[in-house]
Design a binder for this molecule. Sequence first.
Ligand SMILES: *Cc1c(COP(=O)(O)O)cnc(C)c1O
Length: 376
Amino acid sequence: MKKINMVDLKGQYEKIKGEIDDAIHEVLDTTAFINGPVVKTFQSNLEKYLGVKHVIPCANGTDALQIAMMALGLKPGDEVITTSFTFIATAEVIALLGLTPVLVDIDPNTFNIDPDSVRKAITTKTKAIVPVHLFGQCADMDAIMEIATEFNLKVIEDACQAIGADYTFKNGETKRAGTIGEVGCTSFFPSKNLGAYGDGGAIFTNDDELANQCRIIANHGMVVRYYHDLIGVNSRLDSIQAAILNVKLKYLNEYSEARNKAANAYNQAFSKSKNLQVPAQFAQSTHVFHQYTLLTKNINREGLHEYLESKGIPAPIYYPVPLHLQKAYQDPRYKEGDFPVTEDVCKRVLSLPMHTEIDEEQLAFITGSVLEFVNK
Ligand SMILES: *Cc1c(COP(=O)(O)O)cnc(C)c1O
């Protein structure tokens, strides 16, 4: 059996090596390393794939979130509501911009932001909501968009883990993750579902003016060369990464299918176990399984984690600590016990290897090993 990795970038690369190598060499031959024509090509292909008017490439997903918030004109003191259960980048940029992160609890089944808690957290200072489509499945965007409309709030989707997921509204309309709110953000970090071979990110929007602001901010606030109208940042997707992503975008749907196949195998093995809760399928969203995350019940999660690791099976905890209990994010407004669902989930989640190259032998070994521990 091949060594089991959390992601298998090597195996994935080998299958499309010819195309990737050619794409990289084309950039090397032209030496258009920054803003080369392939960046535009990728941008336009991604716009088509997502069905969105504007894709603004940038240096990483964290920058995408920051640029989006700057472009929306959010000001220090403005409150931004987000989930207490996410990767730190979501709250980090809110804090860095001097905005006030307002955390709320999650839905215990989907792990996504709970709309009722969002509603309760709204004050006169609230300006935006940042739903995170965690682990590859969209948050309840019917409810979130309804709240945003009612209170005139901006919605910034953190779609870093969910590129390619589809959300179907209760009225039947379908949109891709990241194209629902005012603005969506994604990451092309190598292990993400559409991963580059280095850092990368992008902002999505249907709003012409907002797109323009994002482009200006990502480019030092420069409108005319060496005339700076805004204080911006330096955030670019380099041409080699764009060339790689342009090849991989063609395979993104196949990659999502491969992830779903692996998830189905896991579900089949675990759905009958009284000690494991398989990931809930939210009716309005497809799932692209950035992570396959189990919820353990009445078993020792750390014990299972160690058992799997001892058998060569990576089983990371995403995420062990809720945002409000992180050292850097200590805040007199929050204390332990404030977000009971998030706090409980952090103690019980465990993720299993999930990637596009995982094979049946590996899946059988992983599921067998999990059940061995669970049924012990
Ligand atoms: C990966 C990720 C980010 C940040 O992306 P980078 O490209 O690493 O900066 C932000 N939010 C979520 C939910 C992520 O998973």
